[in-house]
Design a protein around this ligand. Structure first.
Ligand code: MRU
Length: 355
């Protein structure tokens, strides 16, 4: 990728009085527009409207959102912490499914609480919280690169691979989760042919994944979601790799709507289905995918996609943004700490190092 085409998902500009500069992903692929978030409300809106999206990127943006919200906090300790709690609760209402959002907010709150015993003033704490947000950002970068390494090992015999939604650099600090596997394979001289589900209704596959792959010179073929079965039947792909928004303790994984159907199709065709996700996407507090909250979005995303009415006025619509793939359908989960295979509570705890 050349410097002119490299796009940073998010950049923090300046010190504690700075702002969050992020690419508005709703404008891609036709326009590379950056927006400057100068207050927490703009970050909330950017997450809600999918200007910044993808589980890890949402978490990073929210962490910086906390810093922005505290710029106007009073110096008094109690008032400062009251404002912190208010901001954390507010940002937590932006989107419900990706656990990285809650994970990052909890990390910010915990950092502040540990410093409360020796409160050295609001400015000192603001500095510490900005440093924590930057750590979350930087750690995600490292996790994505590590995921790529583990995943590329798994795909060494694969020529064609299918992916869904966008789990690329745009969805993370950099490099991505599922796409980092393809990028790493390419860096090692292994050219993959990636089939990209367009990903109805918001077309993250067509608008974002196809764009990212083409930026890097990886062969990408766009298909409608409904074509996946035929693509598998024709033997065009030997693996499916997607990201995840939340993984329960038993391995059930929520990801963009349509992922579950791909996993079922992959099973029927004898093709391995992999999830690539950092440890920040695991929610070990919930037993199974039944407890994952599934976001429902506005009906207009289906009836008036991209500015044109495509359904009759008043039609009833159901628009869940995510689905849950049962652990049993997942061949392996590729994390920065290693590959979880088979997928069950014991292997998850062992690879993540939580036992
Ligand atoms: O609604 P979105 O675009 O935020 O959904 C994103 C996904 O489903 C991604 O696959 C997931 O967050 C993993 S991103 C590394």
């Amino acid at each position: 990728m050349t410097e002119t085409t490299k796009v940073e998902t998010m950049i923090w500009q300046g010190g504690i009085e700075g702002c969050l500069d992020l690419i508005d992903q709703t404008m891609l692929p036709t326009e590379i527009l950056r927006i400057e978030c100068e207050d927490v409300e703009t970050v909330w809106e950017a997450i809600k409207m999918l200007r910044v999206r993808g589980a890890p990127a949402i978490g990073i943006a929210a962490a910086y959102g906390v810093v922005l919200g505290l710029q106007s906090a009073q110096e008094d300790e109690d008032a400062f912490f009251a404002r912190l709690n208010e901001i954390v609760e507010y940002l937590a209402t932006s989107r419900p499914t990706a656990v990285n959002l809650f994970w990052a907010l909890e990390r910010m709150r915990r950092l502040a609480e540990t410093k409360r015993a020796n409160f050295e003033g609001a400015e000192h704490l603001r500095e510490a919280l900005l440093a924590e947000a930057k750590s979350i950002h930087e750690e995600d970068r490292r996790m994505c690169h590590a995921i790529g390494g583990h995943g590329a090992d798994l795909l060494s015999e694969v020529e064609g691979v299918l992916t869904h939604c966008n789990a690329g650099g745009l969805a993370t600090a950099e490099y991505g989760t599922a796409l980092s596997v393809f990028f790493t394979a390419q860096d090692r001289g292994h050219s993959l042919h990636v089939y990209v589900d367009e990903t109805r209704p918001l077309l993250q596959g067509a608008r974002l994944t196809a764009w990212e792959l083409m930026q890097r010179g990886i062969r990408a073929t766009l298909i409608c979601d409904s074509m996946a079965a035929q693509v598998m039947r024709e033997g065009r792909v030997q693996a499916v790799v997607t990201g995840a928004d939340r993984i329960a303790a038993n391995g059930d994984s929520a990801n963009k709507i349509g992922t579950y159907s791909l996993a079922v199709l992959a099973r029927v065709h004898g093709i391995p289905f992999y999830i690539a996700a950092p440890s920040s996407t695991f929610d070990l507090a919930i037993e199974s995918g039944d407890q994952i909250p599934i976001e429902e979005r506005c009906s207009k995303e289906i009836t008036h996609g991209f500015g044109r009415q495509t359904a009759p006025d008043g039609v009833e619509v159901y628009n869940p943004a995510f689905d849950v793939t049962p652990a049993d359908y997942i061949q392996a989960i590729i994390t920065e700490k290693g590959v979880i295979n088979p997928v069950n509570r014991e292997t998850i705890e062992r690879v993540l190092g939580v036992v």
